[in-house]
Write a protein that binds this ligand. Sequence first.
Ligand code: SF4
Length: 374
Amino acid sequence: MEHLKILPKTDALHEAQWWEALPSGKLHCYLCPRHCHIGEGQAGFCFIRVNEGGKLYSLGYAHPAAMQIDPIEKKPLNHFLPGTRVFSMGTAGCNMGCFFCQNWDISKSKADQVRSSYVPPEDVPLLAIRNGCPSLAFTYNEPTIWGEYVIDICRAAKEYGINTVMVSNGYITREAFHDIYDHIDAANIDLKAFTEGFYGRITLTHLQPVLDTLVWLKNETNVWFELTNLMIPTLNDDHDETRRLCDWVLKHLGPDVPLHFTAFHPDFKLQDKPKTPPETLHAARAIALEAGLHYVYEGNIYSDGAHTRCPSCGAMLIRRSWHDVQENRLRDGRCPRCALAIPGRWTNPQGKTPTRAYAKAREVTDAKYGDLNL
Ligand code: SF4
């Protein structure tokens, strides 16, 4: 992951949203279901929301700790502008405590423990344009916890026709949900397991708030979203659990929400578990298809489960190798053989980037970020 070379400005404290003062003198942050009560000079569980002088501040605002260009398939999103590049960024901290975190170097760090740069929100879509990306993604650590920055970047992105993507654990409150997701075009939400035991012991959170978020996304927004289930040997790969997860998705989200089963590799505090064998993902995919889900993928392995096939006639629609799109046979978002409409966003929802944006992107980014090697 690309870490920036410029140290953060220390004078850029940004007041947070979604908090209230308590009679005890502490501040209640209600951005995520942890509902931290934060004393003077202290930070919430996520490290990057701090009480300074009786006000809550977001340390993540305008201070990304990682920026990089990825294929959109890496988020993973398989039904959103396939084959395009996405400008991807993250900050420090996280509101979950996953023992298996694969980006723990930033997600388990405080804001002053990572190297970051000062990047105001209006510059982010210009960096995306300069790097040939029709979309930008809030990813690597949990973007909910820097929601103020996300919203301001989204506002700027809309001016230039740039799509915005959340890659999230879905741990957000009702109070903050629409404030953030009403600005978002696409999301990948981790459904990390389907038991409260796993969420409680391995992520230090709860399952139900994540399920609530998924239902709100489905029923109350136009966000295109897909799901990821990282399968960890012996912890969440039980066939019965997978079947119950798939039944829930079918009942509450419908058959057309893509579901990605992805392979775990030992990391952070879970070094004692082996890599996920490919057979586990094959079995999970078979269970999901049998349950009635239409678009089920296998990730972090080379597999035929990376391709998109027509759920009606079985025709190959998009052929992939890992995150690479090798062939896209869709015709106006339809199967070329049986004409079934395939759900997704196959043309840019934001339309074309205005011509003036390219000149501005070149001018601003070359002057301010010319040494960034993305
Ligand atoms: S966003 Fe951070 S400070 Fe706020 S409730 Fe969640 S973990 Fe606590």
